[in-house]
Design a protein. Structure first.
Length: 338
């Protein structure tokens, strides 16, 4: 099995009660600031503050911090440590305890300016990127970081009313923006995208190289769901658009949020249609420049020439689900395809 089963993808893990019922209380932040256990998650340029101990103990690899829960840790701060912020959002209450944060501790996101971040912690090594540290975070910290980054990204792109262009004001503890002009409310949105393990009759996996990547980087094919479209229809359309082949038997495997900036990735596996020639691949030339079929042995043999998805991605988990284990190890015997 892959290090993260599809039921527990790195960014799908959480140990937070989002406590939505408290968001409507007008004085919520004043109340939280009176609680001695309330903690602040500081976010700067999409990066969260990590504890000095976890940064010092880190042993990064090329595509992340490995897959050991708890190696990395968010530095959740007492409220008096953070003096100013661009944005404040109530994230919820913890469902697990640490030495300094008991179960039920409130956590508030504060997005910092450059000056505030430099004042709080000038060492940029302490500010961690979610893609890099996700698999090394605990369930609680992975869920908090993912939630914080997603909602911060939404706020950054919804400063004005989509109807009339009037500036919006933040309400409901950071979970609503209201138009000054007509009072309409704007709620956070997430863009769904499908990502697909496409297999042929020999159980080989189809990987593509995107025009935005270096030529040696390959991943699964993926694309956004269009309006009025089911996930299964999106699978069929995207694979045909990007690879020129029809697929059947789309099967849901799992999903995880991907706040880069605002997606949820919905994972599927599918097989090429019986009348399709596996060799007749037709990359679209705009998004996908190259397509290749890989057996498990071929993927292992190409490990020094091909860059595969990072450890925090659902793409990595789907590939390892097909591969039968970690991509850091040679494959086990391939299963018999009925």
């Amino acid at each position: 099995m892959s290090p993260f089963p599809l039921s527990a993808l790195p960014l799908s893990r959480h140990a937070i009660d989002r406590d939505h019922v408290s968001r409507s209380r007008p004085a919520l932040f004043d109340e939280l600031w009176e609680e001695p256990t309330t903690r602040v998650l500081a976010l700067w340029k999409g990066r969260a503050l990590l504890t000095a101990e976890s940064v010092e103990a880190a042993a990064p690899v090329a595509d992340g911090w490995g897959s050991s829960d708890g190696v990395a840790a968010l530095d959740l701060l007492p409220v008096e440590r953070v003096t100013s912020a661009l944005l404040r959002v109530y994230l919820g209450r913890t469902l697990t305890a640490t030495e300094s944060e008991p179960t039920g501790s409130a956590v508030v996101l504060e997005v910092l300016t450059d000056a505030a971040a430099a004042e709080l912690e000038p060492d940029e090594a302490r500010w961690g990127n979610l893609r890099t540290v996700a698999t090394a975070l605990s369930d609680r910290d992975a869920g908090l970081f993912t939630e914080a980054l997603a909602i911060a990204n939404w706020h950054a792109t919804h400063t004005h009313c989509p109807r009339c262009g009037t500036p919006t004001v933040v309400e409901q503890a950071g979970w609503v923006r209201r138009c000054f002009e007509d009072g309409s409310e704007v709620f956070p949105r997430t863009d769904p995208a499908v990502i697909v393990s496409v297999l042929d009759d020999d159980d080989r996996l189809l990987l593509g190289s995107n025009a935005m990547w270096e030529q040696s980087r390959y991943s699964l094919l993926a694309g956004f769901v269009e309006p009025g479209e089911s996930f299964e229809s999106a699978v069929e359309r995207e694979i045909f658009e990007e690879a020129g082949v029809r697929v059947v038997d789309a099967e849901y495997k799992g999903s995880q949020p991907w706040p880069f900036p605002a997606s949820v990735m919905v994972g599927f596996t599918a097989r090429i249609a019986s009348d399709q020639d596996a060799a007749a691949l037709d990359p679209d030339g705009e998004e996908i420049l190259d397509l290749r079929w890989f057996s498990r042995h071929e993927l292992w043999e190409a490990r020094d020439q091909v860059i595969l998805p990072g450890r925090s991605s659902i793409a990595r988990a789907l590939i390892e689900d097909w591969y039968g284990g970690s991509l850091d190890e040679p494959p086990v015997a391939a299963p018999v395809v009925p």
